[in-house]
Write a protein that binds this ligand. Structure first.
Ligand code: ADE
Length: 251
């Protein structure tokens, strides 16, 4: 996976991605990430990259030309491959695990464009952007944190980034359900016991318990997701049995 981020705050991106799992994966060469400072393409020697909006308003807007020149520099990194340019914006399509999967599978190098101030001149967006993505219905001070979220979600899908394949095949959102509850030592903590089934050593039973818990948690917490991923008959039966146990305390 090849990623380039166009930003006024490259250190922010570098610091986040160089930590922990993504940092180790980067050091191991499992992906390439380049940050391009848009200010390096400023329109004057004072580093000017923004200007007042036509039509009034108090805020400043990022100018088309520095963004365009930064994008040309990103594109020049892979002259043989067309880039796919993603603008992080609260106006964008809501980012999801499905999109993460689709982008992670993309052959094209990804260029992530982060806006700041009041945004970016629409003309350069019209010229270079393929997709606009939002990470949620709230407004951040800039696209950088959103870019980090998107990059993190993509990188953990790159083979070798996570320790075991299982870690990203069986978990929240991957099969349209939320993750089941998990427990580690000690077996009793603050008078709370780990569910007996997990101590039983009976792998088939454990897996049925986990998938019914996933279904139950999804219906409870995110009925909107549950509607998108209907349960099959066996899942319904397991889930209802689990619920009955919870209510009656009986197997
Ligand atoms: N830039 C500012 N707010 C954003 C959001 N919610 N998602 C993506 N980019 C943004």
């Amino acid at each position: 996976m090849r990623l380039t981020v166009l930003t006024l705050f490259p250190d922010l991106i570098e610091q986040v991605i160089n930590e922990s799992i993504t940092g180790r994966a980067r050091a191991a060469g499992l992906f390439s990430l380049k940050t391009i400072q848009i200010r390096d393409f400023a329109v004057n020697r004072y580093g000017k990259v923004d200007d007042a909006c036509y039509g009034g308003g108090t805020g400043m807007l990022m100018m088309a030309e520095p963004v365009y020149q930064a994008w040309l520099a990103a594109r020049a990194e892979t002259p043989d491959l067309p880039v796919r340019t993603i603008h992080l914006s609260p106006r964008g399509k809501l980012f999801s695990q499905d999109m993460a999967r689709e982008l992670a599978a993309s052959e094209r190098p990804l260029v992530l464009l982060c806006g700041h101030y009041e945004g970016i001149d629409q003309r350069v967006l019209d010229e270079i952007v393929d997709d606009e993505l939002s990470i949620g219905d709230y407004v951040l001070t800039g696209g950088e944190l959103a870019a980090c979220v998107v990059i993190d979600a993509l990188l953990r899908l790159v083979p070798g980034v996570l320790p075991a394949e299982e870690a990203y095949t069986r978990e929240s959102h991957m099969d349209g359900l939320l993750e089941y509850p998990q427990y580690t030592r000690p077996a009793v903590w603050h008078d709370r016991k780990v569910p007996d089934v997990l101590m039983s050593g009976h792998q088939a039973k454990i897996e049925r318990w986990q998938s019914s818990q996933a279904a139950l948690e999804t219906l409870r917490r995110r009925p909107d997701l549950a509607r998108k991923r209907p349960l099959d008959e066996a899942e319904w039966a397991d889930m209802l049995a689990r619920r009955r146990e919870e209510v009656t305390g009986q197997r």
